[in-house]
Design a protein around this ligand. Structure first.
Ligand code: HEC
Length: 162
């Protein structure tokens, strides 16, 4: 009986602390929105990130995707993948990093290229990449040029049948 009473008391205290910190959190948010209003950029600031459409963080703003796959790029991308990326990635199973089958369907072309060219910046600033780092506990480290990243993207597209 005694233990129970103590637990309840602790539970109440925790609830009070939670409510208090939420109050602070909400008040903090209000202030931020006000500041954004003043800066005349409120909508973009407060919109939740649409992860499916995210371009990520890095040098790639837009990627021109052809209607047909480019076989030379696919071949080059496959070579880069088996030479460099396969140290940490397999297509169909989790390894040091995530399985990459389907990646061209779950991420935008820009996001994929930014991940290959700017992995540390992505895991620092992009919410999806940050969550992956939290899950895989290894920082992806690779240095790729835009041409190489584009070729690997083409290889992923071929693998995913798009
Ligand atoms: C040292 C190991 C390592 C190497 C080498 C590496 N990666 Fe990664 N990769 C990771 C890890 C780990 C993650 C998850 C994010 C993180 O923790 O940095 C990841 C994430 C990714 C993602 C995002 C996957 C998803 O589900 O959205 C892509 C795409 C990717 N890597 C492509 C590549 C390509 C292409 C190469 C080769 C040019 C490569 N990686 C080389 C470890 C590696």
């Amino acid at each position: 009986m005694r233990t129970r009473t103590r637990n309840n008391a602790a539970g109440f205290k925790l609830g009070a602390i939670l409510a208090l910190s939420m109050g602070i959190f909400i008040a903090g948010c209000g202030k931020k929105e006000e500041a954004a209003d003043n800066a005349k950029a409120p909508a973009a600031e407060s919109k939740p990130v649409d992860e499916a459409a995210s371009k990520g963080v890095g040098p790639i703003q837009s990627v021109a995707i052809g209607a047909d796959l480019d076989p030379a790029m696919v071949a080059k991308g496959e070579k880069i993948f088996s030479g460099t990326c396969s140290a940490c990635h397999k297509m169909d199973t989790r390894y040091v990093g995530p399985a990459l089958a389907g990646v061209s369907k779950r991420r935008t072309p820009e996001w994929i290229m930014n991940m290959i060219m700017n992995p540390a910046g992505m895991t620092q600033s992009d919410p999806t990449a940050k969550a992956l780092l939290g899950e895989y506990m290894t920082q992806m480290s690779v240095i790729a040029t835009e041409e190489e990243a584009r070729a690997v993207l083409e290889y992923f597209r071929k693998h995913d049948g798009i």
